[in-house]
Design a protein around this ligand. Structure first.
Ligand SMILES: Cc1cc2nc3c(=O)[nH]c(=O)nc-3n(C[C@H](O)[C@H](O)[C@H](O)COP(=O)(O)OP(=O)(O)OC[C@H]3O[C@@H](n4cnc5c(N)ncnc54)[C@H](O)[C@@H]3O)c2cc1C
Length: 693
């Protein structure tokens, strides 16, 4: 078989090595436009797991790579004049130039033809059974085959520049430097005993204000040496094609077309803050070698091999890209974490990719995990030692308080907005979650017509009482957008709350006819007007039933999403009437609630329109939402896919947030609370091991 690689970076060279190593008869040529020693960048980092794969794939190059390693265990965070060190992480890395030297020499020794200074400009220049496009992040091959490969390049807003420095860092070092122009972040790590990588990142407005927009490479270095004079302490920054760039996240619908296949950065990128680009490129090469020539029985059908390579690699790459996305968003919004205590900031940074759980932090750095647990517990007045785990802590908002941070929104039967009725199944599902230790239980999304009768309100009130008696608060989630028509609950459709009230129990609950809209003064009439009659009646009945929390969910109905802020204002007037508000609850003859109830709004994430989603959430907060409930469709590749948005809303808008936990495990939920990404996590059943403090 003839294999031609366009690009002599880690991906192309390593594929050549592996193919020749397992099948010397195959012919491999690598075309590289640069000279052997021309490379940009400084150090690359590897994890232990990757090294294990490299050791099996080619022990010779693995031995040479590891012999060159700089190794370190710690992460150091410098912010606001304080330095915090976290231990037990374990990294190793080497100079990119050294890595390429090793791979080039090994490729040559195995008979790979590496043609340096040979730029391929068209696919017609290459004749081979398989053409491997490993031409890096700016791959022109990917662009040339765009109709088949469906590439998507997401150019991120932050500016970054990759430099070296002579500081012999002994830890993965993050510098957060506040300047009059804004905040700079530095990712610095050693690559040999007297040299370190020094990547500077900042927001575009900071970059412009600091004068980098028109700066030459030398001016960039000089300006940065000035900004980091204290940290560099006389050491110099080193340039190497150190041009300010924006990170492009590359994704492709397909990685192969005909006999052409994408490998490494050409197919996908993952933000440098998780240090995985080279690892992915080399692991791609292992998988492609296996599928092309590594199968028992010899070579296989090429299109089938390329499809098998993609099928094998895609899930892992997408999971890593999801982690990288969460990580890059953390660095894009670092400003919002700067008011955190150092221990919280460290924890948040450490868990930013959402792949490091609380249990994992506790294993690597028990001191950090315990420190953040103590801080969180102290904030709610708990001083026991050891402190409770983060999800076991109470959460207070106004005068109401949950007994744990876990909210359970169970589903039962065929429950959906249109069909949920407050029957025995509802009692078992919600009451069972409360008994199991949830701090809050929430109904599935109800259509307003599911609370259209007094009989339904009375039935719900019994469930609410049952849940309260088991120490949990209870919320009702109402659809505000278009839903399928709900069947009216069967019995007592003509009974008024007054008639049904004979059966209702609970302190201060009397029943009465519904309030009329006229009871709102002119100042509030407009807000209440957006609430449909059905929703209005449902909210009133929910008040009667004793729910603590009203969650308004517009679903994906654009009209309902737009109306949500006004709907919050209106719903609050009906729902959260307190003495002093002009809502005439007296006309309902229901005693004025003295404890304000919470009103929450659901925000569905749209990662591609994140700024608009954040703007919408800000409107909801201004309209008076006490809590924002963040949900995300996710694509199965991220743990807690709603967490990045939840984190942003909580720390940017300073609003209480609950986040859909999907089927996340308890240690991930603990990490979400401990890192300050959410106040409450919502799951559909109590996770194993969860408890109340
Ligand atoms: C700031 C920063 C920090 C990073 N840190 C890390 C890290 O810590 N760890 C890590 O693993 N990765 C890191 N990376 C990513 C890493 O550099 C890449 O992911 C990795 O090099 C990908 O390997 P590749 O072979 O696919 O592409 P590349 O290394 O980009 O190689 C592509 C090669 O193709 C050649 N080429 C392009 N077009 C042609 C053509 N038409 N004809 C011939 N040759 C061509 C190029 O000259 C180049 O040599 C970082 C990246 C950045 C930007």
């Amino acid at each position: 078989m003839n294999i031609a690689c366009i690009g002599g970076g880690p991906a192309g060279l390593y594929l050549g090595i592996l193919v020749k190593r397992s099948s010397p008869d195959h012919d491999v040529v690598v075309y590289e436009r640069n000279r052997p020693a021309d490379t940009f960048g400084f150090g690359v980092v590897f994890s232990d797991a990757t090294l294990g794969h490299l050791a099996i794939a080619d022990p010779e190059s693995h031995a040479q790579i590891t012999a060159e390693f700089a190794r370190w265990d710690d992460i150091e965070i410098h912010a606001g004049g304080e330095v915090l060190r976290s231990t037990g992480h374990g990294f190793c890395g080497l100079e990119r130039k050294k890595l390429l030297e090793i791979l080039q020499a090994r490729a040559k020794a195995l008979g790979v033809r590496v043609e340096f200074e040979h730029e391929i400009k068209s696919l017609s220049e290459v004749t081979a059974d398989v053409v491997v496009a490993c031409d890096g992040v700016a791959s022109w091959v990917r662009d040339a085959l765009a109709p088949e490969l469906a590439p998507h390049v997401d150019v991120r807003p932050n500016k970054f520049v990759w430099l070296g420095c002579t500081v012999p860092y002994r830890a993965f070092t993050f510098l957060f430097k506040q300047t009059p122009h804004g905040l700079f972040r530095v990712h610095a790590y050693p690559f040999h005993h007297d040299g370190s990588t020094f990547i500077v990142e900042c927001r575009e407005d900071t970059w412009r204000a600091a004068g980098f927009a028109d700066a030459t490479e030398d001016q960039t270095v000089a300006l940065l040496e000035g900004i980091f004079a204290d940290e560099l302490a006389g050491h110099r920054l080193i340039k190497n094609r150190s041009i300010w760039r924006n990170f492009p996240t590359v994704r492709c619908g397909k990685w192969h077309a005909g006999n052409v296949v994408l490998l490494g950065d050409a197919a996908h990128t993952a933000h440098f803050s998780i240090g995985s680009g080279t690892k992915l490129a080399m692991e791609d090469a292992i998988a492609l070698r296996d599928e092309l020539v590594g199968r028992p029985g010899g070579a296989r059908d090429i299109p089938a091999a390329l499809a098998a390579y993609e099928a094998r690699r895609r899930p892992e790459v997408e999971a890593l890209q999801a982690a990288a996305q969460a990580s890059l968003e953390w660095f894009e919004g670092t400003e919002r974490y700067m008011r955190m205590a150092p221990v919280e900031l460290t924890y948040s940074l450490m868990t930013r990719s959402l792949r490091v759980s609380h249990a994992s932090v506790a294993k690597r750095d028990p001191h950090l995990a315990r420190g953040v647990e103590r801080l969180l517990a102290a904030k709610v007045g708990i001083t026991t030692d050891p402190p409770p785990p983060p999800t076991a802590l109470p959460f207070a908002l106004g005068p109401r308080r949950t007994t744990s941070r876990i909210a359970v929104a169970p589903t039962w039967g065929t429950s959906n907005a249109a069909t949920v009725v407050p029957d025995d199944e509802a009692l078992v599902a919600l009451g069972g979650a409360a008994t199991a230790g949830a701090g809050l239980v929430v109904t599935p999304t109800l259509s307003a017509t599911a609370l259209a009768t007094d009989e339904a309100a009375v039935r719900w009130s019994r469930i609410v009482d049952f849940v309260h008696a088991r120490g949990a608060l209870v919320g009702v989630k109402l659809a505000t957008g278009a839903t399928a028509a709900a069947p009216t609950p069967p019995a007592a459709t003509t009974a008024s709350l007054a008639e049904a009230g004979a059966a209702a129990t609970g302190p201060g609950r009397s029943v009465a006819p519904r309030a009329r809209r006229g009871s709102f003064g002119p100042a509030h009439a407009a807000a209440v007007a957006v609430v449909t009659d059905e929703l209005y009646a449902a909210i009133e009945r929910a008040v009667f039933a004793g729910f603590d929390l009203l969650v308004l969910d517009p679903g994906d109905d654009p009209v309902a999403i737009e109306a949500l802020p006004a709907m919050i204002e209106g719903a609050k007037l009906i729902w959260r009437a307190t003495p002093g508000t002009p809502v005439s609850m007296v006309s309902m003859q229901i005693p004025l609630p003295t404890t304000p109830r919470w009103v929450a709004a659901v925000v569905h994430d749209r990662p591609t329109a994140r700024a608009a989603v954040v703007g919408h959430a800000a409107q909801l907060v201004r309209a008076g939402a006490d809590l924002v409930w963040v949900s995300s469709p996710g694509d199965g590749s991220a743990r807690l896919p709603a967490a990045p948005l939840a984190d942003r809303l909580r720390n940017e808008l300073h609003v209480a947030v609950c986040v859909d936990g999907d089927d996340a495990l308890l240690p991930d939920l603990d990490a979400a609370i401990a890192a300050g990404r959410a106040d409450l996590v919502v799951v559909d059943r109590m996770p194993a091991g969860a408890r109340r403090a």
